[in-house]
Design a protein around this ligand. Structure first.
Ligand SMILES: [Zn+2]
Ligand SMILES: [Zn+2]
Length: 78
C-alpha cells in the first residue's frame, strides 16, 4: 500500500554537467581528438575545434575565434 506518496521527482533533463568523452566539439560535431583549439567567444556553440577542421596549423597566439564566430555574428567591438 502506498500512503499517498506523490513526490514524483523529475529526473529528466539534468544531464548537462557530465562532460564525458563523447561530448561533441568542432564544426564537424565529433569527439575531441588530436590537436584542439579553443574559441575565445564565450557564446561559441562548439568551444573546441580540431586544427585541421578550422585550418589551424600551429597553436594560435593570443585570442582565436572559430569561423562561426568570425563570420556568423559580428563581434561586439567597443
Ligand atoms: Zn572537427
Ligand atoms: Zn566560436
Amino acid at each position: 500500500m502506498n500512503d499517498g506518496e506523490d513526490e514524483d521527482v523529475e529526473m529528466d533533463g539534468e544531464e548537462e554537467q557530465d562532460e564525458g568523452d563523447d561530448k561533441k566539439y568542432c564544426i564537424c560535431h565529433s569527439v575531441s581528438y588530436g590537436n584542439m583549439v579553443a574559441c575565445d567567444n564565450d557564446d561559441c556553440p562548439h568551444e573546441w575545434f580540431h586544427w585541421s577542421c578550422v585550418g589551424v596549423k600551429q597553436e594560435p597566439v593570443g585570442k582565436w575565434f572559430c569561423p562561426d564566430c568570425t563570420q556568423g555574428r559580428s563581434l561586439n567591438k567597443r
